[in-house]
Design a binder for this molecule. Structure first.
Ligand code: UDP
Ligand code: MG
Length: 313
């Protein structure tokens, strides 16, 4: 029985040696006659020494395998590549920066061994050490997406998880290009056990997520998993049409019964109305654009990542 550990790495020269130590400790304590480990490092177009560190590790350790990308394709693509390469019966994905504590893996393996669950996923119960404003928007995002989507996406859920083979195959069968794994994990279902841990700060280097990148990721997530925003146009259009109709009747009655025909005042309210509706129309067009744009990108059918020729089997 093989356990594959997938590690997406983007400029992680500082963290990799520490992570590798921790992975070796897990391997030493958990390896048995039947249980073996493989470590799959995905080098997502790093510009520092990450690639040479990975190559060095693979030379002295036959359990280390890797895929190198021809440029930075993002963590989503890296996780996909890792899952494609993984041959294990159990497959785990963990960050290179030790924010997904490898020390949890032995317990996760035990849970899957018990046969009651197909996935063990980690979840942060605190967001300690994270900028306040980031936590605030993250919380709002999870509220919003869960209200709009059919699948439940847990707040604080990380990509850190150990999965059985069936789950990995199910995830790989979703071949969409614009991947939002938190949604995909929830969408494929299966019996999931959550293990909770405190937020851990990264051991070295810096986070690759700026606020703006996270914001775009949030929009990706919503657009990928629900078409509810499109309904906004329908509902608000209907609302405004009704309001317009009532307004019309009101003026009609005034003209017939009260004999008030023309009134110059009302210019400001008219302007406000036009601006408001104009804004709303633009917003709805923008939402439409988000979906159409994504359909366009998806329709090109480009691969999710391109391996560089340094990659080996
Ligand atoms: N990562 C990646 N490609 C990217 C950005 C990040 O493979 O374009 C990897 C990164 O090396 C790390 C994991 O994804 O192992 C999580 O990244 P990070 O720690 O920057 O995210 P955070 O923990 O702050 O959400
Ligand atoms: Mg991190």
């Amino acid at each position: 029985m093989l356990v594959s550990l997938i590690i997406p790495c983007y400029n992680e020269e500082g963290s990799l040696p520490i992570l590798y130590e921790a992975l070796c400790a897990v391997r030493t304590s958990e390896s048995t006659e039947e249980r073996h480990f493989e470590f799959i490092f995905i080098n997502d177009g790093s510009r520092d020494k990450t690639s040479s560190i990975i190559k060095e590790l693979s030379e002295k350790d036959p359990d280390v395998k890797y895929v190198f990308f021809s440029r930075n394709f993002g963590k989503e693509a890296a996780m996909y590549a890792g899952m494609q390469k993984a041959k294990g019966d159990y497959v785990a994905i963990l960050d290179a920066d030790m924010q997904d504590p490898p020390s949890l893996i032995p317990d996760m393996i035990k849970v899957l061994d018990s046969g009651e669950y197909d996935i063990v996923a980690a979840r942060r119960v605190t967001r300690k050490g994270e900028p306040k404003i980031r936590s605030f928007f993250a919380r709002r995002f999870y509220k919003l997406i869960n209200r709009m989507c059919d699948v439940e996406i847990a707040d604080g859920a990380r990509d850190f998880r150990l999965m059985k083979r069936e789950v990995v195959d199910a995830i790989l069968s979703l071949s969409e290009r614009q991947r939002f794994s938190k949604g995909i994990f929830a969408w494929v279902g299966f019996r999931t056990k959550w293990v909770e841990h405190e937020n851990v700060e990264r051991v070295a280097g810096e986070t690759k997520w700026s606020f703006w990148k996270l914001f775009k990721y949030a929009i990706d997530g919503i657009v990928a998993f629900t078409t509810a925003p499109l309904r906004l146009a329908t509902f608000s259009g209907f609302g405004f049409a009704c309001a317009g109709f009532i307004y019309l009747i009101y003026y009609f009655i005034r003209a017939i019964i009260l004999r008030i025909y023309n009134e110059v005042p009302g210019y400001p309210s008219l302007l406000c109305f036009i601006l408001f509706i104009g804004g709303l129309i633009l917003m709805c067009l923008g939402i439409l654009g988000e979906y159409i744009g994504r359909t366009y990108i998806e329709s090109k059918g480009r691969p999710i990542y391109i391996p560089s020729d340094e990659s080996k089997d």
